[in-house]
Design a protein. Structure first.
Length: 244
């Protein structure tokens, strides 16, 4: 009984602030989400998405493979905290309901994402080239603001920031059938040679990304994969609904 209670508390049981989280989700994506109606989201195109599938016994793997919208909020994203090794299976942001994000950004397999992409200058003062990012909900503008702030950091930080390891790719998460945020054009990877990824490293969580880089991204609506137990310190994705 105690084990079941712990699972309910950890993996998505209703909480006192769940309504506030859903309201924040509605406001975070005004181009796609019109309102909340009871236990459903009402989309601008008239579709309705259930907030919950009714399951309260999901593991992290279950939530990633078969997520509902409530599952996105099973872990509180620790913005503002210093970078530190996360607790086991603490992965705030890795749960991404495909139906929701397809509704927001389009389905890349159907050719719906690419027409909404824009090429943005990346660290222009340091000749970082350009990256493709979605224009939906102003994600491109948010990344431009990130780029401008990062461009003002010391030259010693630039080897972390460029070259970018990529933005838009229509693909699933490695080793998974879940869609990557890159498939919606709403994520960017920093220099892969200067960062860490859990599938590549056998030494455990480690980080070389400066704290100010993380803070700049988070101020503009991006979460960091370095805050995950399944760490991906090069990875940032636009998820303002998760940030405090």
């Amino acid at each position: 009984m105690e084990g079941l209670l712990a699972a309910l508390l950890l993996f998505g049981a209703p909480s006192a602030d769940s309504d506030a989280r859903i309201d924040k989700l509605v406001h975070a994506y005004p181009d796609a989400i019109q309102a909340r109606d009871g236990n459903r989201l009402v989309l601008k195109d008239g579709r309705r998405l259930a907030l919950s599938d009714g399951r309260r016994d999901k593991t992290l793997d279950d939530m990633i493979a078969h997520p509902d919208i409530d599952d996105m909020f099973a872990f509180a994203y620790p913005a503002g905290a210093d970078a530190a090794p996360p607790a086991k299976d603490f992965d705030p942001g890795r749960v991404r309901p495909r139906a929701l994000f397809d509704a927001i950004y389009g389905d890349c397999a159907r050719g719906e994402v690419a027409p909404k992409l824009r090429r943005v200058a990346w660290l222009p003062k340091h000749h970082g080239g350009t990256v493709l990012i979605t224009t939906v909900n102003g994600v491109d503008k948010a990344l431009e603001a990130v780029s401008a702030a990062l461009d003002a950091l010391p030259d010693s930080d630039m080897h972390i920031l460029m070259p970018s390891a990529g933005t838009y790719v229509c693909r699933d998460v490695a080793g998974s059938t879940a869609r990557s945020m890159h498939a919606w054009g709403a994520a960017i990877d920093l220099n892969a040679d200067a960062t860490e990824y859990w599938r590549w490293s056998h030494a455990g969580w480690h980080n070389r990304v400066p704290p100010e880089v993380v803070r700049i991204f988070e101020r503009h609506g991006f979460i960091w994969g370095g805050r995950w137990d399944h760490y991906d310190t090069m990875h940032f994705e636009y998820r303002p609904e998760l940030l405090p």
